[in-house]
Design a protein around this ligand. Structure first.
Ligand SMILES: N[C@@H](CCC(=O)N[C@@H](CS)C(=O)NCC(=O)O)C(=O)O
Length: 220
């Protein structure tokens, strides 16, 4: 392949700005499930690479993940990335399209997980970002973990399929749920208590693409 061809190929693949165990899990699973060509661009958050001018030019929110599309657009926010990948690749059937009956439920549950769930995990994992008092960390984590219990209880009640969130079968909601369940401090206890959540996550993680992505993030 000549340089010109290589350059052309680069512009035809997605680039996922990625960190281990981060919210990059969901878009990575989607890219794999959709069979799309993509490239991993590691962002070393332990070295504050997400706060560097280069990364700010890509994602001004200074958060990971971000997705650079083959058409040259870059966007952040896992919820937005999920919806847009679904719209750009409707043939995947992973995201209900405008006009489909379960679109409203899909958006409802996706944004509940992305806008309520994700920041609750941020409180549980990074209490230092929410207070200047070190003595308050324990209490912030305890409150966040109690909120997570409520969150997963609500999600359990919203699951309508057998081992999928939506009745239609496997969708991007299952991927998002499997991602946040992986972040839970006690996944065994979570799965014993919320059996519908467990069924969705276990079925999702049995899929070859999702299983490989989880291994990429949580393997040794
Ligand atoms: N609302 C964002 C949240 C993304 C987020 O908070 N990502 C974490 C990594 S898992 C992050 O970048 N944190 C920045 C920091 O800790 O400074 C999304 O859904 O993409």
């Amino acid at each position: 392949m000549d340089v010109e061809q290589a350059k052309k190929n680069l512009t035809h693949e997605y680039q996922l700005f990625w960190e281990r165990m981060s919210g990059a899990i969901a878009p990575q699973c989607l890219l794999e499930e959709m069979g799309l060509p993509w490239r991993k661009i590691s962002v070393d958050m332990s070295a504050a690479a997400h706060e560097s001018p280069d990364y700010i030019a890509i994602n001004p929110t200074m958060r990971v993940p971000a997705l650079h599309t083959p058409s040259g657009k870059t966007l952040g926010e896992t919820g937005a990335i999920t919806v847009m990948l679904g719209e750009w690749h409707p043939e995947s059937g992973l995201v209900p399209q405008p006009g489909e009956a379960d679109r409203a439920d899909f958006l409802f549950w996706l944004f509940y997980m992305a806008s309520v769930g994700y920041p609750t995990f941020s409180r549980s994992w990074h209490p230092e970002q929410f207070t200047q008092e070190e003595s308050a960390h324990e209490s912030i984590v305890e409150t966040a973990d109690a909120d997570l219990d409520v969150l997963f209880g609500v999600l359990d009640g919203g699951i309508e399929g057998e081992a999928t969130f939506l009745r239609r079968g496997f969708s991007a909601l299952d991927i998002y749920l499997a991602m946040i369940a992986r972040w839970h401090p006690d996944r065994d206890a979570l799965f014993s208590k919320y059996t519908k959540v467990a069924a969705v996550c276990e079925a999702t993680e049995k899929r070859p693409a999702c299983s490989a992505v989880m291994e990429d993030h949580f393997g040794q």
